[in-house]
Design a protein around this ligand. Sequence first.
Ligand code: CP
Length: 357
Amino acid sequence: MQLNNLIDLDQLSLAEIDELIHLANKIRSNPWAYRESCRGKIMATLFYEPSTRTKMSFQTAMYRLGGEVIGFDNPENSSVSKGESLKDTITVVSGYADLIVMRNPMEGAATAATLYSKSPIINAGDGGHLHPTQTLTDLVTLYNEKGRLDHLCIGLCGDLKNGRTVHSLIKSMTRYEGNTFVLISTEELALPQYVKDVMDAAGCRYRELTNLSDAVPKLDVLYMTRIQRERFASAERYEEQKGVFVLDSAKLRYAKKDLKILHPLPRVDEITVDIDDDERAKYFDQTVYGMYARMALIFTVLQNAAIPAKKKTLHSTHPYQCSNPKCITQTERYLPRLFKEAGDMLECRYCDGRTLI
Ligand code: CP
């Protein structure tokens, strides 16, 4: 498989995803065999937003493959704090590192980075948009814990509006046959319409509920998420939403024996700690699967990447500005404005946001 950049898991075919899952399992069963496979390679982790799992599992993955790691985990400690643009940071770092893993609060930032990078870019989360390596982690977890990725009834609960892991996971699971979804959230934090459009286009059945207890008995998988305080416009708005959904042992009383409970973590208060000892709780195992998933990804990208040495300059396709206030083009104003036409709308190629012409 040739993989230059990973921005969205949807860019991979199901066969390619399957290949990554199997490679992750192969590495997991014999990590020693891969301990020198990235010797001499350098990976940069550029984290403009906080992270524990994604950053450290990528770093651990690279060390376990024999490679080295550079980067920053707080832009305040880099020249970003002096006003350096994303373009300049990426141009410079891609001269140092063979691979860049980046997380940025602006949607479409990873796509923007690919315009200037001489090294492959892996999207480790771009605002509320996508988080493909978490999804790969989730798929490796589900494959190992459920034995299949199809014909599952998947409940997703919490902040379905801002949860990029939820958006990425639904988009991926609609590609497998027979999956159905139960969306459990308040009205304010409901799943965005564009993700529902993806389910509709795939012919997947879904229900929207506001009560977690009602949903639990039918589920094969329950994917809990935290309410994302950092994505709210004000503290008051966050206070209205926090603590609405809490998974506790009472709610699990009528759950299936082979239910699997996943959570991308970090957890705040949406799963009580006594659930951690329930054999259906798989969220800490999920973090370990994530390291093997990222080892498989780094190995694959560094074995086969073919990034052109000289990047072609792209020019704006339209004169309009993307209307998404969280789009990377709002802060990095030099970026060419790239859209796909979708009826009377323009779809931004960075953030997928739609703008009325
Ligand atoms: N799941 C996840 O993205 O966790 P971190 O924010 O700690 O990386």
